[in-house]
Design a protein around this ligand. Structure first.
Ligand code: ZN
Length: 140
């Protein structure tokens, strides 16, 4: 299945491919200070694929905080938070923010609250590498 989405103004597009039924996919509500402010809910599939297309690089923001291990992709024009991406050994892995998808309501599982504050950088990278979705970033 292919799920399309992106920010509101079109500067940032995302496509999430997964064989897992959206209604069966684990939904995570991260409790970190950034995700809490967005009330974001995220999905990922290590066996799936994400294509993140930057259509207007002059407005897309790659925000970093804390351990600075991930880029939080936000649109600086319309304000939508779309995805978080890490780079490991030259490859990218991402989570998809459900609200940025066109059919967000299909991801209907009750969000699982998660807290990762206790992780050090190595643990954080290892978890993301195992659980996040292989990702291609396209500068269009
Ligand atoms: Zn936008």
């Amino acid at each position: 299945m292919r799920h399309k989405g992106g920010c509101h103004c079109g500067a940032l597009e995302i496509e999430f491919e997964s064989d897992v039924e959206p209604a069966a996919m684990e939904v995570r509500a991260c409790a970190c200070t950034f995700c809490r402010k967005h009330q974001s809910r995220a999905v990922s599939d290590p066996d799936g694929a994400v294509r993140l297309t930057v259509r207007d690089d002059t407005v897309v923001q790659r925000y970093r905080f804390g351990l600075s291990t991930a880029d939080y992709y936000l649109c600086g024009r319309c304000g939508v938070y779309v995805s978080a991406v890490i780079e490991e050994a030259g490859r990218h892995y991402a989570i998809v923010i459900i609200n940025a998808l066109e059919e967000a309501e299909r991801f209907s599982r009750t969000p699982m609250p998660v807290t990762y504050d206790a992780e050090d950088e190595a643990a954080r990278r290892a978890r993301r590498r195992a659980k996040w979705t292989p990702t291609e970033i396209i500068l269009a």
